[in-house]
Design a binder for this molecule. Structure first.
Ligand SMILES: [Zn+2]
Ligand SMILES: [Zn+2]
Length: 60
């Protein structure tokens, strides 16, 4: 699981919104919104919302 967007290199915290394709290319929501057809620009695969971690910090 990558910690940054492959396009703009912004931080993608575990609980935040991020999208991955089946090859685990990782993108932030803003970049994903700009992709034609909302598919991965690297491999053309479907982008899925990245699952959030089950274990969370105590605060929240
Ligand atoms: Zn991005
Ligand atoms: Zn991809």
């Amino acid at each position: 699981m990558r910690p940054t967007c492959e396009s703009c290199a912004c931080d993608l915290p575990p609980g935040g919104e991020a999208y991955i394709c089946s090859y685990e290319c990782t993108w932030c929501a803003e970049c994903r919104d700009g992709f034609p057809g909302h598919v991965c620009p690297n491999c053309g695969g479907d982008l899925q919302r990245r699952p959030t971690r089950v274990v969370r910090p105590a605060d929240g």
